[in-house]
Design a protein around this ligand. Structure first.
Ligand code: E4P
Length: 214
């Protein structure tokens, strides 16, 4: 399973990358705003850190505007993936960009049928948001299972990016289901490495090491 990091914070990206955990990066307008920096400047810096797909999201709501934004964004680096909203205009732009050989990530997916439409339009990646579904008392992970089944039934190449991840259990379940990618906040990546018995084991080993004659 591939791990993308879901942030526009370059410090976090560098740290996670040094741990060997980063296969790609996803950003969105909220994450860019949180970074407090200019969009193109942050995306360019990220491309210098991670050698993998970097999703940059358009903010236009209609096809022509999306294509205009995408045309500028892909000039930044060959690894740029254009992130588009799951709307009819977003699907139209997905088809246009796919036709030009530009990679796309259709975002804000909340049903298996939305994922199917994105795959049919030629999306490289689909991003179902599990955490936001859990937040409204729906089982986010269930749609991952259903999307996996549908894509396998018909041999769609689109890769499933499990997004809106809130905790290590989301990552575990995504891996068990066979989702291609999890895009994970840095805090959750660090949580994945933790276990109280690991900490207790290190403490005990170090205590016992003190008893070894020097
Ligand atoms: C995905 O690409 C999005 O950036 C992200 O996972 C959204 O997560 P949130 O629901 O925590 O904002």
């Amino acid at each position: 399973m591939k791990f993308f990091i879901d942030t526009a914070d370059v410090k976090e990206i560098r740290e996670a990358n040094e741990l060997g955990l980063v296969d790609g990066v996803t950003t969105n307008p909220s994450l860019i705003a949180k970074s407090g920096r200019r969009f193109e400047e942050v995306i360019k810096e990220i491309t210098g850190i991670v050698d993998g797909p970097i999703s940059a999201e358009v903010v236009s709501l209609e096809h022509d505007g999306m294509i205009a934004e995408a045309t500028e964004l892909v000039k930044i680096h060959p690894n740029i993936v254009i992130k588009l909203p799951m709307t009819p205009e977003g699907l139209k732009a997905t088809k246009t960009l796919t036709g030009k050989g530009i990679k796309t990530n259709v975002t804000l997916i909340f049903t298996p049928m939305q994922a199917l439409l994105a795959a049919k339009a030629g999306a490289t990646y689909v991003s179902p948001f599990v955490g936001r579904l859990d937040d409204i008392s729906q089982d986010g992970m269930q749609i991952i299972e259903e999307i996996r089944t549908i894509f396998d039934n018909f041999g769609f190449d689109a890769e499933i990016i499990v997004a809106s991840i809130r905790n290590p259990v989301h990552v575990l379940n995504a891996a068990l289901i066979g989702a291609d990618i999890c895009t994970i906040p840095y805090s959750v990546m660090l949580q994945l490495s933790k276990h109280p018995l690991t900490d207790a084991g290190i403490k005990k080993f170090l205590e016992d090491w003190e008893k070894v004659p020097k």
